[in-house]
Design a protein around this ligand. Structure first.
Ligand code: UD1
Length: 416
């Protein structure tokens, strides 16, 4: 367990270059398994989820090497079909390798995937959708075995635009020569980017970024090169931190268009935001006001991953804010931790009601999951006095160079 010690109450000022996106790089790493010849991904963030994904590729027989932020994967000799339980258990994103393994080998084995604790996180949509394409599933304890004896295409309608299920189906579709049509697909930028990546590998993909994606696979794909998309959630987190603490931050290598709903909420709270090209500048005097209802939705709505960081920014805002999460209705485990700083938040039926308090005070609190942990960190940065964040290693699953970036902005933080 790692502990992050934070001495709060300091404004954040400076410039940060946003890293490549966690949720963007994982599906691309899974897709490299399908390339004949090496693929190269640049701007891969140094976070534990990426280290684990690289480890999974190695276990599956790929040659993986990392030089700085570039990862090269050569899947030519990859013949493994089994994702070891210690890796699938620690990262829910590991489920994304299922589609790629099925496309490549027609079989796969994994343990029930882990990752952030966000209420119930089943993979029934993935399994039911793959069954439409002829995949057979067997479970033994926590081990799931998949076989694909008769590959065929089909039209799949997802009951919810699940990001992971859409990506898994796109990857699995590379193993069938008949068309696979995904209706009710997730429209997140990272899903669209996977579509573009597969096309660059030689696949036929249409409609990515929309609700209906059509794919035609069944032919050899080539390795390719790609720069990972900037992390829109890392951007939202640093903006929320500065909103909460006061200060003046400039974020480079980001895309304001992908963050409209978050920028709108922070502006409504009283921050000054300036966007130009791939840069966002936020100025805050730390005196925010309540914003009414914020509803986390699928893209292009307000992202569920930004819900906890933005909630934490509103803890000292004058007036009330309400946060509702329609994607993960139980994603409120961080609330109990935020109360330890003196916050006034009540939860009720997938909603959190925040009534701003005058001040937050240093506390010992736990990072409950990656983004909830970011919320706890923001509360600690905005609080008077010293805080200790337990299980801070969870933050390193998704935030590269966290302590050095914060120190650069003038925050007093250190891993104990
Ligand atoms: C991905 C992101 C995560 C983000 C989430 C929603 C990655 C690695 N993670 O997670 O950061 O918070 O999208 O934007 O990209 N569901 C089921 N059955 C399933 C699959 C999902 O019931 O088989 C439910 C989930 O419990 C949740 C909702 O569908 O309530 C959305 O989940 P989903 O979009 O699949 O999230 P992930 O892909 O796991």
């Amino acid at each position: 367990m790692q502990t992050l010690v934070v001495r709060g109450g300091k404004p954040l000022c400076g410039t940060i270059c946003v890293h490549g996106a966690k949720n963007g790089v994982l599906p691309l790493l899974a897709a490299t398994l399908l390339g004949n010849g090496p693929s190269e991904l640049s701007d891969c963030p140094e976070i534990t989820d990426v280290l684990r994904a690289a480890e999974i590729l190695r276990c599956l027989g790929c040659a993986v090497c990392r030089e700085g932020n570039t990862i090269r994967v050569d899947a030519t000799k990859a013949c493994g079909i089994c994702i070891p339980p210690e890796l699938s258990g620690s990262m829910r994103g590991s489920v994304i390798f299922l589609g790629a393994l099925l496309a490549r080998h027609g079989c796969a084995e994994l343990s029930a995937p882990g990752g952030c604790v966000l209420g119930e996180r089943p993979i029934d949509f993935h399994i039911r959708a793959l069954e439409v394409l002829g995949v057979h599933t067997e479970s033994e304890g926590s081990v799931l075995r998949f076989r694909w004896p008769k590959r065929h295409g089909g039209v799949i309608t997802l009951p919810f635009p699940s990001v992971g299920a859409t990506e898994n189906l796109m990857l699995a579709a590379m193993g069938v020569s008949e068309p696979v049509v995904i209706c009710g697909a997730a429209r997140e930028p990272e899903v669209a980017e996977l579509g573009r990546f597969l096309r660059a590998m030689g696949a036929e993909v249409e409609g990515e970024g929309g609700s209906v994606i059509t794919l035609c696979g069944g032919k050899p794909l080539r390795g390719t090169e790609r720069r990972v998309l900037p992390d829109r959630i890392e951007t939202a987190t640093y903006l929320s931190m500065t909103a909460a603490c006061g200060g003046d931050i400039c974020l480079k290598n980001t895309d304001p268009e992908l963050l409209r709903p978050v920028l709108d909420v922070l502006e409504k709270a009283g921050c000054m935001i300036f966007c130009e090209g791939s840069e966002i500048r936020l100025q805050s005097d730390g005196d925010l006001c309540g914003v009414g209802l914020v509803r986390a939705e699928t893209y292009p709505g307000f992202p569920t991953d930004a819900q906890a960081p933005v909630s934490a920014a509103l803890l000292r805002a004058k007036g009330c804010s309400e946060i509702e999460d329609t994607v993960f209705p139980c994603r409120f485990r961080h609330i109990a931790e935020l109360r330890k700083f003196g916050a006034n938040i009540q939860t009720d039926n997938a909603r959190a009601v925040i009534c701003g308090v005058r001040a937050l005070y240093g506390a010992t609190a736990t990072a409950t999951e990656l983004r909830g942990g970011a919320g706890v960190l923001i509360a600690a940065l905005a609080a008077e006095g010293e805080s200790r964040i337990m299980h801070a290693e969870l933050l390193l699953r998704g935030y590269a160079a966290l302590d050095t970036s914060l120190q650069k902005l003038g925050a007093e933080v250190r891993f104990a």
